[in-house]
Design a protein around this ligand. Structure first.
Ligand SMILES: *Cc1c(COP(=O)(O)O)cnc(C)c1O
Length: 381
């Protein structure tokens, strides 16, 4: 039996990463310097999009993405409830109303039919999440957005490197956001990115990241100018140069990271295939799954919470992604949402379990998780 808990996610930082960070720490630019632009450029090149803006977290990325659209206060934004709270919080920060719609039972992604049913005169945007790293039905969502003239934001916190019909997430929506939290594909400690192909939005994002102040720091230093102007209500969401250096170094390893995640997902699918009490995740045709998380669905005959506790007793850091956003007390107090509106979300939430998956996960641990799932099921039936 293991002594220490096997985490569900873990970053991987090597000597090269550390060397790059230390180099910046010894330089004169530890924030708002050249590494930020280099990270943005390399990130945009990887995604294959025009612009990228690096910020201090995935949540900050979502916040300025919504803010950049300048949507009138009180308007509605349609989103999924089966996500981390940051997705819909970004709507609330901007004095807009989140309108949750149900998910699909195969991918747990937002259901385009339900989006269409919930569009009103007040709807101005859709924020969709590529759950676990599997892209949404992007063609359908884009068609709905076009028909009703809605902005699209893709929360691709799970989907760095994911592809839909051969094109990487980060190119489909008006704005796409990423997170570099340590459990995500690459890390900068805390950090995030917004990508867009729209120059106007790009300029606005850069202002929003830095107090809404119009000023080029390097140029001002050269010219000795003291003048600057705050032209809109921005935030301080800047990322540091040493974090950007870490991001650049991590980005080099991203495809290797994704390949390994995919391999572990395959090992899980092989090891757990054919167990009648479990439904396994899969990759839809025409997409590249980024495998941020690996989740299994338990049959109604297995009590999820008992399964969870028995797995934790075996020192496996199983998790639940996600508690539907409308279950959180802030949301129940402020939005009074009836869970009965979301039968699929409720059903999946009651049966889902996330298994450990990270780049450096040893084969022996993958095997241990597989054996433990089987053992736990046999203990419960
Ligand atoms: C991680 C995550 C975020 C937030 O990212 P942070 O960098 O932690 O702020 C937002 N949305 C989803 C779906 C996430 O998984």
């Amino acid at each position: 039996m293991r002594k220490r808990l096997l985490p569900y996610g873990l970053h991987y930082i090597d000597k090269e990463d550390i060397k790059e960070v230390v180099k910046v720490l010894k330089s004169n630019w530890i924030t708002t310097g050249p590494k930020i632009e280099e990270f943005e450029k390399k990130f945009a090149d990887y995604i294959g999009c025009k612009f990228a803006v690096a910020v201090s977290s995935g949540t900050a990325a979502l916040d300025i993405a919504v803010a950049s659209l300048g949507i009138k206060e009180g308007s509605e934004v349609i989103t999924t409830p089966f996500t981390f709270v940051a997705t819909s919080n970004s709507i609330v920060y901007n004095n807009l109303k989140p309108v949750f719609v149900d998910i699909k039972k195969d991918t747990f992604n937002i259901d385009p039919d339900k989006i269409e049913e919930n569009v009103t005169d007040k709807t101005k945007a859709i924020i969709y999440v590529d759950y676990a790293g599997q892209p949404c039905d992007i063609d359908r969502i884009k068609a709905i957005a076009k028909k009703h003239r809605l902005y699209l934001i893709e929360d691709a916190a799970h989907a760095l490197g994911a592809e839909y019909k051969g094109i990487k997430s980060g190119n489909f929506a008006d704005l796409t956001t990423f997170s570099f939290h340590p459990v995500k594909h690459i890390t900068t400690g805390e950090g995030g990115m917004v990508t867009t192909n729209n120059k106007k939005l790009y300029e606005k994002l850069k202002l929003l990241r830095n107090h809404g102040i119009e000023k080029n720091v390097m140029k001002s230093q050269r010219e000795g100018s003291w003048r600057y102007d705050m032209i809109l209500l921005g935030r301080n969401y800047r990322i540091t140069d040493f974090q950007a250096a870490l991001g650049i170094s991590q980005l080099k390893k991203l495809d290797k990271f994704i390949q390994k995640r995919k391999l572990i997902a395959k090992q899980y699918n092989k090891g757990l295939g054919g167990i009648p009490e479990i439904t396994l995740p899969y990759e839809k045709n025409g997409i590249r799954h980024a495998w941020h998380i690996y989740t299994i669905l338990l049959d109604k005959s297995i009590n999820r919470d008992e399964f969870f506790n028995l797995m934790r007793k075996k020192k496996i850091g199983v998790n639940v992604h996600y508690i539907p956003v409308y279950h959180h007390s802030y949301y129940t107090q402020h939005f009074k949402i009836d869970g009965k509106q979301f039968p699929v979300t409720e059903n999946i939430f009651g049966r889902i379990v996330t298994l450990p998956l990270f780049y450096k996960m040893p084969n022996a641990d993958v095997k241990y998780v597989v054996d433990s799932v089987k053992k736990t099921i046999s203990e419960l039936i």
